[in-house]
Design a protein around this ligand. Structure first.
Ligand code: PMP
Length: 389
């Protein structure tokens, strides 16, 4: 019989902790009133250290994609040369948005499974002697391939090139150290349903001074996602449009839990979860899709062996209450993706891995049953000392 209780091991949305869910049942408040103003101000100032910025963190009533579209609509004009650096589906998505807004998009190609090569980026920018490139698009953590870019190294590669740097950190923010200001990033976009472990519905956007200046001059049309309006309203502790108030309550409670655990401990927990999953899947003879040193700590991507039906494996896991993810677009049927974020314990992970091993074995792939769980248990026991990401 299929399980009715489900634990999400997706790369977002994630299993949300009880106090965060409960926060959504609070009576609504006036979004033009003083309590809401205090809430927004508190949340912006509490998220700043996570983003590594002194700038306002604006909340948009949208999923992560809305945040990406806002960044492009406000900064990119028809004909602008934009250098996109995709390493998977979501990098391609922001490149498509830029194209839709009329940008002349050049793609710096990277083999999927790897992060952007810092030397290739530096070289391309060095060749741009007339500074024709107006914006650079980066993905902090590429959810479709389980890849984390080395953001500090990419910031160094960009150096003093004047292009604005737009970073999709939807599935990365809060999971690894991030220094928006020190690294010279201009727009950074996050979302509520990933490492913050709140429900979906909010995008968070931070903008640098020079990006605000550029925005004043951008002629592209925008309305709902006009960040200048969002900034004007943020100054009076409001959002321009009616916000998803329950999700804001939930996100604030999720930030409480995040702060209580501490950012370093959250980073370490996610890294250890990912490491234990790596250990398990390699122990049963599967291969990781991402290549070192680019392994993400929020999502683990695993090759599905030939002759194994990925959707059948996922269905078996789902029937037992463990919801894992498959590949997207050209990776459909070719990989599994397992998220590490959210309110999941080590025991939950070990149980999920047991079900996963079993499901793979049922597909005729020879598995030494229990080997994966044992490897993960040892990884948890060894802690982070043995982790080389
Ligand atoms: N970028 C990345 C890196 C993501 O992981 C996602 C969501 N999986 C998005 C963008 C899009 O976010 P959303 O689904 O919230 O629109």
């Amino acid at each position: 019989m299929a399980s009715t209780k489900q634990l999400l091991f997706l790369p977002g949305p994630v299993t949300v902790a009880e106090p965060v869910l409960t926060a959504m049942t609070r009576p609504l408040i006036d979004h033009r009133g003083p309590e809401f103003k205090r809430t927004l101000e508190r949340m912006s100032s509490r998220m700043r250290p996570i983003f590594g910025t002194r700038h306002e963190i604006m909340l948009l009533g949208a999923s992560g994609t809305g945040g990406l579209e806002a960044a492009i609509a406000n900064l990119v004009e028809p004909g602008d040369k934009v250098l996109a650096c995709p390493v998977g589906v979501f990098g391609n998505r922001i490149a498509s948005i830029a194209k839709m807004w009329g940008a002349d998009v050049e793609v710096l190609d990277t083999k999927w499974g790897r992060g952007v090569d810092q030397r290739a980026l530096a070289e391309r920018l060095r060749a741009d002697t007339n500074c024709e490139i107006k914006a650079i698009l980066l993905t902090h953590n590429e959810t479709s391939t389980g890849v984390a870019n080395e953001m500090h190294a990419l910031a160094t590669a960009i150096g003093k090139h004047p292009a604005l740097v737009i970073v999709d950190s939807v599935s990365g923010m809060g999971a690894t150290p991030f220094m928006m200001d020190d690294w010279g990033f201009d727009v950074v976009i996050a979302a509520s349903q990933k490492a913050f472990a709140a429900p979906p519905g909010l995008a968070m956007v931070a903008v640098s001074d020079r990006a605000w200046e550029k925005m004043e001059k951008t002629r592209s049309s925008r309305f709902y996602f006009d960040l200048r309006r969002a900034r004007e309203f943020a100054k009076i502790g409001q959002t321009p449009w009616t916000p998803p108030i329950p999700i804001i309550f939930a996100l604030e409670r999720a930030i409480d839990l995040y702060e209580r655990e501490g950012d370093k401990k959250v980073h370490a927990r996610l890294t250890l979860n990912a490491h234990a999953i790596h250990a398990a899947v390699t122990a049963i003879g599967l291969r990781l899709y991402s290549q070192p040193p680019y392994h993400s700590n929020t999502v683990v991507a695993i090759h599905c062996p030939d002759r194994v039906d990925a959707s059948a494996v996922l269905q078996t896991c789902r029937d037992q209450g463990y919801v894992l993810s498959g590949g997207q677009q050209q990776l459909k049927g070719k990989i599994f993706r397992i998220g590490t974020m959210g309110d999941i314990t080590r025991d939950n992970i070990l149980a999920m891995l047991g079900v996963f091993e079993d499901a793979v074995e049922r597909q005729g792939f020879a598995v030494d049953l229990g080997a994966g769980v044992q490897a993960a248990r040892e990884a948890f026991k060894a802690g982070l000392h043995s982790v080389a990401f």
